[in-house]
Ligand binder design. Structure first.
Ligand SMILES: Cc1cc2nc3c(=O)[nH]c(=O)nc-3n(C[C@H](O)[C@H](O)[C@H](O)COP(=O)(O)OP(=O)(O)OC[C@H]3O[C@@H](n4cnc5c(N)ncnc54)[C@H](O)[C@@H]3O)c2cc1C
Length: 380
């Protein structure tokens, strides 16, 4: 693997950083305070092609690779964790499953508008009683003639309120061994009986839209089932593998922002007659932070590269997600420590990074679940 970015990847990095510094970073604190979802920024990201980076041009995308997409997530996350989460969810969870598993017709109908940034998409897996144990899905979809009738509830679904459709997992029957068959079904958000609420008061990633979904006899045509109706479980496992690369990239971006603030502050703050950056205790913190961020970034690139090569990347995506999220928490915590009491105040903006990064240890599989995935990959 060549660790130098290609010309295209470097160009994406510069373009997204420039965009994020102008259009996102100056407003991130306000959006966090007001829990505002910046729909207007997503329109601009769509015009720049950012929502279609990893999809081929024939589906409205930019034909880029997973590394380029991960770079974009990092740069948006560096500016605002909540916007970064919604961006990552739109591409990895809303659009990618249709690209991976959809029929040609489904791709034309649902993927193309998302890749062009005309609408967002969402992925509804988690339920009040089925989180880490997503196979315990209780939502049902019963075939009635040419339609599925969906009943159930989903919680904490990113972007649903701003999406044209949500991919919903539901139990559609039993297999030969009597185990539930889970299918993924594309449900247009304007279908009668489908209610979407966004009443959560979150600790962090507050600029991201997080929703409760309620299905009461929601009817969708049976051709809305995503790919093979019997493969819903395998589909979401693969989708989450890809999503984990983006959550790891987001953790790197948030950690990078906290680190940059800490470094700058350490060079300015004077105590005992010198800047605190001259104290070895502070230097060692900064050295560890810089090293760990770089290591996590390389782990993101490696997992993304494996995915692009069509090789197995399950273990490496979990490595990256687990290490980057836990590393990011340490870095954001130390960034506050370096700021002392000022770090504890909202004005300096570092406490937001700590609140935002905590989600990375929970979403798309908790740290405990990542360790389980890795152990399974090791053959345990
Ligand atoms: C802001 C936000 C956005 C989200 N966006 C989405 C989305 O877009 N789509 C979606 O489907 N979901 C989404 N989620 C849900 C998220 O993926 C789940 O919260 C996560 O998978 C964990 O599930 P849970 O919260 O039910 O925790 P639980 O599964 O109840 O876990 C509770 C604790 O028990 C531990 N635990 C559980 N099982 C085991 C085990 N076998 N071994 C060891 N420890 C275990 C967990 O690690 C955790 O520490 C979002 C969540 C949040 C907070």
């Amino acid at each position: 693997m060549n660790f130098a970015l290609t010309k295209e990847q470097q160009m994406i990095k510069e373009m997204v950083r420039d965009f994020a510094e102008k259009e996102i970073a100056p407003y991130a604190a306000k959006w966090d305070e007001e829990a505002h979802f910046p729909v207007e920024v997503f329109k601009k990201m769509g015009e720049l092609g950012l929502l279609g980076i990893p999809f081929p041009e024939k589906y409205g995308g930019a034909g880029g690779d997973t590394i380029s997409y991960a770079i974009a997530v990092e740069e948006i996350g560096r500016a605002c964790g909540g916007t970064g989460l919604s961006y990552a969810a739109a591409v990895s969870l809303g659009a990618s499953p249709i690209y991976y598993f959809g029929t040609e017709e489904q791709k034309q109908k649902w993927l193309v508008p998302m890749a062009k940034g005309e609408t967002l998409g969402a992925f509804g897996l988690t339920e009040p009683n089925a989180g880490s144990d997503a196979g315990g899905t209780q939502t049902t979809a019963v075939l009635d003639g040419d339609e599925y009738v969906i009943n159930g509830e989903k919680c904490w679904i990113t972007n649903a309120q701003y999406s044209r459709q949500v991919i919903v997992t539901a139990v559609t029957g039993k297999d030969e061994r009597g185990k539930n068959i889970i299918s993924a079904i594309i449900v247009p958000t304007d279908t009668p009986g489908f209610t979407i609420r966004s009443n959560y008061d979150k600790m962090g990633v507050r600029a991201s839209n997080t929703c409760e979904l309620i299905f009461e006899n929601v009817r969708v045509p049976k051709e809305n089932v995503l790919g093979d109706a019997k493969k819903g479980f395998q589909q979401f496992l693969y989708t989450l593998d890809g999503g984990r690369i983006s959550i790891a990239a987001l953790a790197v971006g948030i950690a990078q922002a906290a680190f940059e603030k800490a470094l700058q502050y350490a060079k300015e703050r004077v105590q005992f007659g010198q800047t605190i950056s001259k104290f070895q205790a502070i230097q060692f913190k900064l050295a560890d932070m810089a090293m760990e961020i770089e290591l996590a970034r390389n782990m993101v690139y490696k997992a993304a590269w494996l995915k692009d090569q069509g090789k197995s990347f399950t273990k490496e995506a979990s490595f990256a997600k687990l290490f980057a999220s836990e590393m990011g928490f340490r870095v954001c915590n130390q960034a506050i420590q370096i700021h002392g009491g000022y770090g504890y105040m909202k004005e300096y903006g570092v406490e937001r990074h700590l609140r935002d990064i905590k989600l990375m240890e929970i979403g798309e599989g908790t740290s405990e679940i990542q360790r389980l995935v890795i152990a399974r990959q090791l053959g345990c």
